[in-house]
Design a protein around this ligand. Sequence first.
Ligand code: FMN
Length: 224
Amino acid sequence: MPHPPPELEPLGSYRRFHDSEMIARARRFYEQIRGRRTVRDFSPEPFPEEILEQAILAAGSAPSGANLQPWHFAIVRDPEIKHQIRVAAEHEEREFYAHRAPPEWLAALAPLGTDERKPFLEIAPALVVIFARAYEVNAEGKPVKNYYVAESVGIATGFLIASLHAAGLATLTHTPSPMAFLNDILGRPKHERPYLILVVGYPASEARVPKITKKNFTEIASLH
Ligand SMILES: Cc1cc2nc3c(=O)[nH]c(=O)nc-3n(C[C@H](O)[C@H](O)[C@H](O)COP(=O)(O)O)c2cc1C
């Protein structure tokens, strides 16, 4: 059976600007986003809940393969659940730093000064645990495949980080390895794969960050 034609609507949200305004807007965005840094020292001070809701709505507006939106965002504020996540993450990270990580990986991490201690998982007021939904389960309990899951969830996560930064909060992208314990602690189904933990809050007043640089335009782009 042929598929019915798609329903289309006008592109109502598009606004066209003059060239000079576009350049100014692109510069402003770069100025704002280049100030984002991964923070590892958080303040326990709570922040308004609505910021996280708006940021997750921003993430959920991201493009995704066939618009299947293969993501789930678990917001964790409960101190007991944060504690469980810290204990499980530190268990995995102790193994990682002591045994699992190959020397080259440890060398790449050395400039960041990271180790198996993850106090921020308890100190920060909120964690967003992002899950990638490899497939959906239909009414008959059969798996229905999602497409370009990793790409889609990565883009949505980028929107989430950018939104939280624009609102004035700091984030840490944390990927304990492996992360299956997050399904158990948060009661998420098997077809959701933990993607990463985003730690969210205000930076501690004495927060310091590694002195690193970003590649310049010619190092990351080519003109054809
Ligand atoms: C996919 C991904 C995983 C990361 N995992 C960790 C992590 O487990 N622990 C950590 O301290 N930082 C982690 N980071 C943060 C990076 O170390 C950080 O983004 C990088 O050093 C650049 O610093 P910046 O974010 O301040 O620009 C991760 C970043 C990404 C994108």
